[in-house]
Design a protein around this ligand. Structure first.
Ligand code: TYD
Length: 138
């Protein structure tokens, strides 16, 4: 299976009642890794493109817990998929070694990211041509 096929939308269980909504995300169960790190992105203008990198080691799940954004995933071999993150109980799983762009942030977007690793800047590939070269070597 190539990395584009491994990327997938996830749906989390919701426990809504008259007090509001509660969404449950269990590490290792609802997402396919143990969570080592979380970070979140907000206050990005609609014309900003974030991400623009691939990770050699990290897997991620992205959830727009408020607002909306889009994620474009590329395998460096000519295949790409665009996902819309627009519901707080859905997420997108991204395996390692995919190129990702996050964009089209709504004003109220809060993009929560769960990661399988602690942060290590050395595992980032930030040059698209280098990414293409690496994936096509292997
Ligand atoms: P960056 O990778 O550019 O964010 P994104 O790809 O999500 O748009 O990260 C912005 C800065 O934050 C950069 O200096 C690296 C730093 N950073 C950390 O120190 N730890 C982290 O877990 C992350 C995701 C980023």
């Amino acid at each position: 299976m190539n990395v584009i096929e491994m990327a997938k939308m996830l749906e989390f269980s919701q426990k809504g009642d008259d007090r509001g909504h509660l969404v449950i995300v269990e590490g290792g169960q609802d997402i396919p890794f143990d969570v080592k790190r979380i970070f979140y992105i907000y206050g990005s203008d609609p014309d900003v493109v974030r991400g623009q990198h691939a990770n050699r080691e990290s897997e991620f799940v992205l959830i727009n817990v408020a607002g909306t954004s889009k994620v474009k995933v590329k395998d460096g071999k000519g295949n790409e998929t665009v996902y819309s993150l627009n519901r707080p109980h859905t997420g997108i799983y991204l395996p390692k070694m995919v190129w990702k762009d996050m964009y089209n942030f709504s004003d109220d977007s809060v993009l929560l990211v769960l990661a399988s690793t602690h942060y290590n800047g050395d595992e980032y590939i930030r040059d698209y041509d280098e990414f293409v070269r690496i994936v096509n070597e292997n």
